[in-house]
Write a new protein. Structure first.
Ligand code: AP5
Length: 213
């Protein structure tokens, strides 16, 4: 099963993708995480995308589609595309990449959310520096303060693009370039809407209901 989680910044794509990895043995393919890893490693791609990401703009289609092409076979048991595709060009590139492997999408899950609430969500976000488990200052704190639930790590980090000005720019990019790819998938009968404003558990249950239908 290959699925896309689609929604604006802070909609909960990463949170739900990580849960699906744990419950279904699928593999999260997050272009945002891949780009941040490239930045951290100081690769040529990482250096090239740094300023674009910090402005909240989209990096080039060629770069992200190449990253997905490199990692797609890591997810032969089922991929969760998180933050990809984000443009019509990327959606078409994904069709080619999957088609070459005899695979196709089973669902495009659109997380429907209230954008104003997302700014608060994003600005309260932090992750485990060791395993990447996602947390939030109020909505999802570690069970034991300062200790990651998943790996026991004690260091946490926040993203440089998680400030209000950049978040607003990222939302603008979503409205202008990503939301317009929905009709491409609606024509194929793949889109299912899920209310992304419930609790993490409620959203998870709604996604499960779609995948098990
Ligand atoms: P990327 O890393 O993909 O960021 P994004 O799409 O902006 O999404 P986020 O990671 O901010 O949000 P999310 O939906 O995963 O929410 P999360 O689960 O963390 O992209 C970053 C940048 O990389 C882009 O701006 C661009 O420059 C570049 N890029 C990446 N992919 C690209 C592509 N394909 N093409 C071009 N450029 C690309 O949740 C957010 C917070 O809310 C967390 O704290 C979480 O704990 C909390 N939370 C989650 N669910 C709930 C809930 N139900 N209730 C309450 N709180 C919740």
């Amino acid at each position: 099963m290959d699925i896309i989680l689609l929604g604006p910044p802070g909609a909960g794509k990463g949170t739900q993708a990580k849960r699906l990895e744990q419950t279904r043995g699928m593999v999260q393919l997050s272009t945002g995480d891949m780009l941040r890893a490239a930045r951290k490693a100081g690769t040529p791609v990482g250096l090239q995308v740094r300023a674009v990401m910090d402005r909240g703009e989209l990096v080039s289609d060629a770069i992200v589609s190449a990253l997905i092409g490199e990692h797609l076979d890591d997810a032969s048991g089922g991929a969760i595309f998180d933050g990809y595709p984000r443009t019509r060009h990327q959606a078409e590139a994904l069709e080619v990449l999957l088609g070459e492997r005899g695979r196709n999408l089973s669902h495009v899950i659109e997380l429907v959310v209230d954008e104003d609430a997302l700014v608060e969500r994003i600005c309260g976000r932090f992750t485990c520096a060791n395993c990447g488990a996602p947390y939030h200052d109020t909505a999802k704190t570690p069970k034991v303060e300062g200790v990651c639930d998943d790996c026991g790590g004690t260091e946490f980090k926040r993203r440089p693009d998680d400030n209000e000005e950049t978040v607003r720019k990222r939302m603008e990019e979503y409205r202008a370039k990503t939301a317009p790819i929905l009709p491409f998938y609606e024509e194929q009968g793949l889109v299912r809407q899920v209310d992304g404003m419930g609790s993490v558990e409620e959203v998870a249950a709604a996604i499960d209901a779609v995948l098990d239908a």
